[in-house]
Design a binder for this molecule. Sequence first.
Ligand code: SF4
Length: 132
Amino acid sequence: MLSVDAAGNLYPCTRFAQYSLRDKETWTIGNIHDGIDKNKLRPFLTLDRTTQSPQKCIECEVASGCAWCQGENFDAAQTHTVFERATAICLMHKARVRANNYYWNKLYRKLELEDLREQYEANKRIVKPETC
Ligand code: SF4
C-alpha cells in the first residue's frame, strides 16, 4: 500500500520506511514533488509467490495459509532485495496448522457422534412401560 512520510517520500508500503525497518536503509519509490519513479517501482510489479519463495515454500502443503510480507522479506534478506522470502514463520505456521487440524478433527468427531445420538433418539422405538 503506497505510503508517504512527513518529508514527502513515497514507499511501496510503510514497512519500507525507516521507522519500520530493523537494519536496512529505506526503499523509496519517489516523492510527492516528482511522483513515483517507475524504475524503483519495477521490482514490485514482478513479485509473486514463485519469484520470492524458495522451493520448499512452492512445494509446501500449507503454503496457502502462510503469510509473508514484502517488507519483512526485504528487511530480513542478506542483500538489498525483495526477492528473498523470509521463512522465520515456518515452524510456527506448521505447528499452528497441526493444532488447528487437531482441534477441528476433534470437534467434527464430537459433532458426528452427537448426530448419531440424535438419529438414535429420533429413530428409537418408544417402549411403553405397560408393555414390559
Ligand atoms: S510453512 Fe514454511 S515452507 Fe510452508 S510456505 Fe510457510 S515458510 Fe514456506
